[in-house]
Design a binder for this molecule. Structure first.
Ligand SMILES: Cc1cc2nc3c(=O)[nH]c(=O)nc-3n(C[C@H](O)[C@H](O)[C@H](O)COP(=O)(O)O)c2cc1C
Length: 467
């Protein structure tokens, strides 16, 4: 029998932005906008040898029935300046930001992310999202701008264009002459010409080649198009599936798609969002987790989360009563706006939830605890290390994007008490063994001009003019 090598758990740290998972009123909670919050979490994660620090993108305040959420903290800073500031106060940890491909333009985004990559010594990553609704689009263009499928076609063409720009400089673009001056080795440097359905741009790109080949591409989105897009183009997927068996189904599905695109399945890492509660004893941890969940799942939070799936006003339903006996109403105008939605088929989701509620005799709140909460790991440090390691070694995922209900100091005890146990058994590195985000993740640096497969056949290769 041959021993299968232990998978290294990919670890990312996440600051919950505006959601009910972070208990902003809890004793010790900080600010959602002050730089000290981000600095504390990023440095703590670096102390725990995490692969990267991750930020979501919030382009619109979330609304219910036209009013800003009244149970939610509102307002958060833009992702890129925060990550850039973090580059100055960290050394090894990757810095990954969510930026959408629907409302941005390739030249500008390529410059920004590659600049972050240089300023951080090769630690930048871009989480490509397509954004979810016309509501968000109102801030930028004419409402919806593009239907869902066309958004992914644009995203793929966008990513291909960005790759072309990132590859437009050779690594040795600048040479020093005998007098010590620095000049361009090639006067055609940075030239590009990209022409496709979405973009028709040409010129010279302004930023030299990445210290890690190219910044890392992350993706978040679970539709069939999203899965294909990620399997062809991404290095990492930020997934919403942190529980078996659905996590394993997603994992198997994605790894098979990656292979179909002719890529090595190990080169795409899958990391679900997750959270934890620790206690000195199992009972203490369970008790604490109940306290956390009760605060996360306030009456209003339960109502709003389910309203998003039913797409109906559920204010008349008791959160401690049974599930609504009516069907979802997908045709009505969205009652909840500006919140990512991961349930592909509302009717099927509700059917499964009803079955679960019947089987376990659950109220709406009880169901929310089962299906909506993110607290995946509850126990003593040893139990949490075991659960997390089992989840990854059994291919539920390649790692986790971990957040705490307490921001910014909640991650400290995970790093101090759980990480050493994972290091002891060889599932987390004892120290960083490289300098870039690609080194952290153990994924190869692409060669200049290396082709990527195309999910939609419209973006590979774009008309490229790599000088
Ligand atoms: C786990 C996860 C995290 C996401 N985070 C963000 C985000 O931070 N900002 C954002 O605008 N959209 C986010 N999205 C949503 C995407 O913008 C959008 O819903 C997705 O790309 C649409 O793809 P899909 O239909 O394939 O799910 C997220 C989606 C998922 C699944």
């Amino acid at each position: 029998m041959t021993d299968t090598p232990r998978k290294q758990i990919v670890l990312a740290a996440y600051v919950g932005g505006v959601n009910e998972e972070t208990l902003w009123e809890a004793p010790g909670a900080g600010s959602q906008i002050d730089f000290s919050t981000f600095r504390h979490v990023a440095r703590t994660a670096e102390r725990g040898r995490f692969d990267y620090f991750f930020l979501a993108e919030g382009l619109a305040l979330r609304e219910r029935g036209g009013q800003v959420f009244d149970h939610d903290i509102a307002g958060r800073p833009d992702t890129l300046p925060v990550l850039t500031a973090l580059a100055a106060v960290t050394e090894h940890i990757g810095l990954v930001g969510t930026l959408n491909a629907t409302f941005n333009e390739p030249f500008e985004l390529a410059r920004q992310v590659l600049s972050l990559d240089h300023l951080s010594g090769g630690r930048a990553g871009w989480n490509v999202v397509t954004s979810f609704d016309a509501f968000t689009g109102q801030n930028f263009r004419r409402g919806g701008f593009l239907p869902h499928e066309a958004r992914y076609e644009r995203a793929e063409e966008f990513v291909a264009a960005v790759r072309t720009l990132w590859d437009s400089w050779p690594a040795d673009a600048v040479v020093a002459d005998k007098a010590g001056g620095r000049f361009l080795a090639d006067p055609q440097i940075g030239e590009f010409a990209i022409s496709g359905r979405q973009f028709d741009i040409s010129g010279r790109f302004t930023v030299p080649r990445s210290p890690q080949g190219r910044p890392v591409i992350v993706q978040a989105g679970v539709s069939p198009q999203g899965r294909d897009f990620a399997s062809a183009n991404a290095d990492v997927i930020f997934s919403p599936y942190h529980r078996l068996p659905e996590a394993r189904e997603f994992y198997d599905d994605i790894k098979a798609r990656v292979a179909r695109f002719g890529r090595n399945p190990d080169d795409l890492k899958i990391v679900p969002g997750s959270s934890f509660v620790l206690g000195d004893t199992p009972d203490e941890a369970v008790e604490k987790a109940r306290w956390v969940r009760d605060r996360q799942l306030s009456d209003r939070a339960v109502q709003v989360r389910f309203e998003q799936v039913w797409n109906r006003d559920l204010s008349g339903y008791d959160p401690d009563g049974p599930l609504p006996d009516i069907d979802p109403d997908p045709e009505a105008a969205p009652i909840i706006q500006g919140r990512a939605f991961v349930h592909q088929d509302r009717f099927e989701t509700v059917r499964q939830w009803r079955a679960l509620a019947r089987e376990k005799d659950l109220s709406l709140r009880g169901l929310a605890r089962e299906v909506l909460g993110r607290v995946a790991y509850v126990g003593t440090p040893q139990q949490v290390a075991d659960q997390l390691d089992d989840f990854v070694q059994n291919d539920g995922a390649d790692g986790v994007v971990i957040g705490s209900h307490l921001v910014p100091s909640g991650l400290d005890e995970f790093v101090d008490r759980v990480i050493p146990l994972l290091q002891e058994r060889g599932s987390v590195r004892a120290d960083y063994d490289g300098t870039t985000l690609r080194d952290n993740l153990g994924i190869p640096a692409p060669g200049r001009g290396a082709a990527a497969p195309s999910a939609f056949g419209n973006a590979s290769p774009p008309a490229v003019g790599v000088a």
